[in-house]
Write a protein of this length. Sequence first.
Length: 78
Amino acid sequence: MEQKKHWGILGAIRTIMIGNINGISISAFSSRIKGKKIEKTNLLYEIKMIMSIIILLPAALIHGFVSNLLDVPVIDFG
């Protein structure tokens, strides 16, 4: 498999993981607002996870842009 396909697969996996993490928190927060508290989480955790995307997404985009400019691999498949 060529290197670009590796990067595509890795990017897709990471995107799905981030979506799942934030989706679970948003779903739990939404349930809490509707009066159905989720036992395995708390309000502070839900708010922190939802708000973390504000900091982490721009940081990830900058990191990806700089890594691409410097041609630095995120992971070595060699």
